[in-house]
Design a protein around this ligand. Structure first.
Ligand SMILES: C[S@@+](CC[C@H](N)C(=O)[O-])C[C@H]1O[C@@H](n2cnc3c(N)ncnc32)[C@H](O)[C@@H]1O
Length: 363
């Protein structure tokens, strides 16, 4: 409470902190900020005991009303606690992505955020939450009041991200929702629980996996964003030496045991078989097909798509799209009307594939 000269404080609030204003406004403001920062930060519990989860009823109903929608491919892989377990096994095993390359990507993501003052970090598809945890640790150094809001279709991954990232910053709410089909619900939660400037992220080539393609997602996200907000994406890109013969994801032996089970679990969810029975016949039951260039009228030109299929009926289990770096940047600016603030490409040794990072805002 700030009291000016001649202002009488009623006696019943006299015990509340008050500062008597002298002529020095700057010093008064500094004292005020110092006081509240110390008071509120010191009172913040180190770890939250619980976090609210806003559940989209349309999405949660899918847990108990099989079959899952025919349009769900990637979403079938991640959905629910079963999907979360399968994904965590896949990424925690060696060979999912070379560790030193992964560290390079994280360092580049952190460098992108270096000078941003972000109040709310909205993570679309946090996965195991580990990368997000390192990003918030950096963002928090500029604003200790940073809050983190994960959005995921998998309750298991959502809760895991809340726990992992909640060790660093406040998580006011997690959103169990679908950012491809159900953005109106997500938008309502974000309006209620976030403050600008906000960072929206979609990392780990999730853009290249989306069932409904990149245009649908980026357009929907654009509609959620205000002028002070940022979008951060990280995707798989094709290097100058890419060829079908050299892409490891078209060869069975490049898939570690956990990743194999993750794919088998996607097939099992549809056919009702056991994961193990598909897993033991992985080479026969799973096939890969490349679409070159992948055709999507509004999507990024000339990207390639690797479809993972159930070999017995050719049903697509999931897709990895890899983008041409220049085509992706052009698409963001010309088709999606974003202004790119930072763009960085990091290639793996041999320049066959790599990862592209784009930080952008609505122009
Ligand atoms: C490829 S993983 C990426 C995980 C993490 N960002 C990383 O970099 O390791 C995709 C993530 O997005 C979530 N996801 C996929 N499609 C979704 C959708 N339509 N709505 C909400 N979450 C989705 C998955 O559950 C998973 O957490």
């Amino acid at each position: 409470m700030v009291a000016g000269q001649g202002v009488k404080l009623p006696s019943d609030i006299a015990s509340i902190t008050h500062l008597r204003l002298a002529d020095n406004w700057k010093r008064t403001a500094e004292q005020l900020v110092k006081h509240f920062s110390e008071k509120l930060l010191q009172d913040q519990p180190l770890k939250q005991e619980s976090t609210l989860i806003a559940v989209d009823p349309e999405v949660s109903q899918r847990q108990i009303s099989e079959p899952l929608p025919a349009a769900w491919r990637e979403r079938t892989l991640y959905f629910g606690s079963e999907g979360a377990k399968a994904w965590l096994h896949a990424v925690n095993e060696d060979g999912y992505i070379p560790k030193n390359h992964h560290h390079k990507i994280e360092r580049a993501l952190i460098a992108c955020l270096d000078r941003l003052d972000i109040r709310s970090f909205v993570s679309f598809g946090p996965g195991d939450g580990e990368t997000d945890k390192r990003l918030v640790a950096r963002l928090k150094s500029r604003d200790p009041w940073l809050q983190y809001i994960p959005v995921d279709i998998s309750d298991g991954l959502l809760q895991r991200a809340i726990k992992v990232v909640g060790e660093e910053v406040n998580v006011p709410i997690g959103i169990l929702g679908d950012f491809e089909d159900r953005t109106a619900f997500i938008g309502r939660q974000l309006r209620r629980h976030t403050v600008s400037s906000r960072l929206f992220s979609l990392l780990g080539n999730t853009l290249g996996n989306l069932d409904a393609g990149e245009h649908n997602f980026v357009e929907n996200t654009r509609n959620l964003m205000g002028q002070e907000d940022f979008l951060l994406i990280e995707v798989s890109i094709i290097g100058p030496n890419w060829s079908k013969a050299k892409d490891q994801r078209l060869r069975h032996e490049s898939y570690n045991e956990g990743y194999r089970r993750f794919i088998c679990h996607g097939i099992a969810r549809r056919t009702g078989e056991s994961v193990e029975s598909i897993f033991k016949d992985f080479e026969k039951r799973v096939s890969f097909e490349v679409e070159l260039p992948a055709m999507d009228a509004q999507g990024v030109e000339n990207c390639i798509a690797i479809h993972t299929k159930a070999a017995l009926d050719n049903h697509v289990v999931g897709t990895i799209r890899r983008y041409g770096w220049n085509a992706l940047k052009t698409w963001f600016e010309n088709t999606m009307r974003f202004k790119i603030i930072t763009a960085k490409a990091i290639f793996r040794p041999g320049r066959i594939i790599g990862n592209g990072i784009i930080l952008a805002r609505t122009s």
